[in-house]
Structures are given as C-alpha cells and as structure tokens.
Design a protein. Structure first.
Length: 386
C-alpha cells in the first residue's frame, strides 16, 4: 500500500464535535475500527478498491488500496471509477420514476403498453412488478453463463432485446418476490422507448449530469480497457490468482456465477454495470436529498418500502426487515432508515448506502471479488449506526 497524501484517510482531519452533537457517538472512534479492518484486508491482498464515508456531504473517511490497472501500474485512488454491477439498478428505477413524474408512464401499466413482441403472459407483467422483483421474470444467472463477446453498443442492445423476449415466467406475477436482473433490463428498454433516447444516454443526461456525477457513465469495453481512470476487474481463479477480466475475455470468475465476465457485454444497461466513482455516488446522495432528480413526492415514492424480503447477513437484533423500493433496498438498522444497493461481478464488489435519519453516506467500491462483502458492510453499519 502506498500512503501518499492523495490516498491517505482523512479520518480525524475534520472536526468531529458537530457530528457527536448530531449522533451522540464519536464517529472518528467508530470508523477507525472499520478503517483498520479494510487496511488489514488490503495488506492480506483480500481487498483492492476505494472506500468513502461522509456526513452531510463532508468526507470523514476516504481511502484507496491496490491497483486499478496492474499492468500499467496505475493505483486506485479516491476518484477511481468502478463498474457498479447491480449497484446501478437504482438509476434504472429512478429513470422510470422520473418518467412517471412527467406523466409519461404509469406503474400499473403492463409491459405490453410500452414494448412489443412479448408473450402474452410476460407482456401482462406491470412496471411496478418489474421494479419490485415480483414479475416472475427469469434471472440470466438461472440460465447459465453467456460467453458471447459483443463488440458494439448496437450488437449488445439487440442481443438484450432478443434475450428478454425469450422470457418464461418462473411464477405468477405478484405472488412472490425473486430478484431478477432481467426485469431491470426490460425497464431500461422501457426508458428508451418512452423517452426516445438510448437508455445509457438518458441516464447520463437526466441522472448523472444534474447530480454533478462527471465521472459516471455506461462506459463501453474499449473505454474500460484504455481509460486510466477506470479500475480493471481482477477475477479470482481456482488457483488463488487473479486475472484482469477486461484483458482476458475468454476467462471467467470462480465466485458467484462461475465463468461469467461482465466485460464481454460491451456496455451495461438497465440491469446494471454503470460506472461511477465514490465522490460521484456522494453527489448522487446530495442530489436526491435536494430534489435535483425528482421532486419531493416522487423522491419518497422512489425510496419508500414496497415489498418485504429477508434481511441479509447473520441474525442481528439491530437489523430490521428489508424492503424492496423502486430500485434501492429500504431497510432499518438500529432504528435508523437506510437505503442501499450492492452489486457484484467477477472481479468487482460494490455497495452504497444512504443513512436517511443521520445524513451519513457510505460507499464501498472494489475491483476484487469480495466473498465477505456483507461482513464488511456489517462493520460499516456498526461504525455509523451501531
């Protein structure tokens, strides 16, 4: 680890008295244990990435470890950009809610009202059901690994359109909740159809730009490969080594969906894999709070609980029930409201959380597989809201 000033933790550099007054706890002391844990993982080569914890928009902990590109010897830094995987699904939900705020779509409408050529039973799934993972749609991970390598935006988007139209429902829509990236892929296609813009361009213009997220985009694989600001994913292999997924499209990861490699897809979509830096995700939290993306009523609609689901992690009396909102997960920890979402690809693990009642924001972005991501997030929760 290099401990130069640009990558050093700012913990303790900010006055903590105002924070103690607002929370009744010493955040510097609480966060040091979290900081120490991440440092220990990095020293064991089990963590590579960037962490940011802020209160009322002011960074309290900011640190980066490891290499963004080992081949070119480019280190991760506070502003490094990472593939978010499913942690970008809330952008898709927010785009849908923006269009609803404008009166251009309705949550109760069926998929067939906006897109053609779906089987009748799939076309009857509503926007609300797709947003809440209750539509019965098949997740791609249930169908094995897609090893195709796409080489243009047009090719990737055409394949996604074909794939979702081959859907078969796993259960009667509305009768249960089962996480499905496919539903969010379809929602991205609805955004494109209703807005008249490609999905990735809509999100850039209507989410990233008004939030001031200047480093965020749905980058293509060539950009992922050549842009020195973007961290490469280092996929864990069976022998314990790690391989650069962007430079080795024939290889896949061994954790999660074995053999998968997100770089083959060329560009992300409604189902995930936007790219962002930690400071940009802090700007996203600020934009939400200040109603730069949705008005007050529709902001509450986007983040409020809709459908209950099991809580993640081991039993903890402080952890309340989790709910699906229109993109993020709405949960309770130690009687505090938290909206959050995580994501994982081969060679990447991500999470962002907004603590609504105490105005903390926490971001964890890694370009390593993290088999114990939930344990890290539990330490974050303990530090901020324990």
């Amino acid at each position: 680890m290099t401990d130069d000033p640009s990558r050093r933790s700012v913990l303790g550099l900010l006055g903590t008295a105002p924070l103690m007054a607002s929370t009744g706890r010493d955040p510097a002391r609480s966060l040091r244990a979290y900081d120490d844990h991440l440092r220990d993982l990095a020293e064991q080569d089990r963590f590579s990435g960037t962490v940011l914890v802020a209160h009322r928009g002011r960074p309290v902990l900011s640190r980066a470890y490891g290499m963004a590109d080992q081949q070119r010897e480019i280190p991760n830094g506070p502003d490094t950009i990472y593939a978010l995987a499913s942690a970008s699904k809330p952008f898709t939900g927010l785009a849908i809610v923006q269009l609803a705020q404008q009166g251009r779509l309705r949550f109760h409408e069926r998929l067939s009202a906006y897109l053609d050529d779906f089987p009748a039973d799939v076309g009857a799934v509503t926007v609300h059901q797709m947003l809440t993972h209750t539509g019965g749609m098949t997740d791609p991970t249930n169908s094995g690994v897609d090893e195709r390598i796409f080489n243009s935006v047009e090719e990737a988007e055409a394949a996604a359109r074909r794939r979702v139209r081959e859907q078969k429902l796993r259960f009667v829509p509305g009768t249960k909740k089962e996480y499905a990236s496919t539903g969010y892929t379809v929602l991205g296609q609805i955004v494109a159809a209703v807005s008249g813009m490609p999905f990735h361009e809509y999100v850039r213009e209507h989410v990233f730009e008004p939030a001031g997220m200047k480093r965020s985009a749905y980058y293509t694989r060539p950009q992922w490969l050549t842009d020195e600001r973007i961290a490469h994913p280092y996929m864990l292999q069976e022998d314990g080594s790690r391989i650069d997924g962007v430079r080795n499209l024939d290889k896949g990861g061994t954790l999660g969906v074995k053999g998968s490699n997100a770089a083959r897809g060329f560009i992300g979509g409604g189902g995930g894999n936007a790219f962002a830096s930690a400071p940009d995700l802090l700007r996203f939290a600020w934009a939400l709070k200040n109603h730069k993306l949705l008005n007050r009523a529709y902001t509450e609609m986007w983040l409020s609980p809709k459908i209950s689901g099991p809580s993640l992690g081991p039993p903890d009396p402080r952890r309340g029930e989790s709910f699906q909102a229109y993109g993020p997960i709405a949960s309770i920890y130690n009687n505090q409201r938290v909206i959050t979402h995580g994501g994982g690809i081969a060679g990447g693990s991500t999470s962002w959380s907004i603590y609504l009642d105490t105005e903390w924001t926490a971001v964890l972005l890694a370009n390593y597989d993290l088999p114990d991501t939930q344990k890290i997030i539990d330490r974050e929760r303990e530090a901020i809201a324990g």
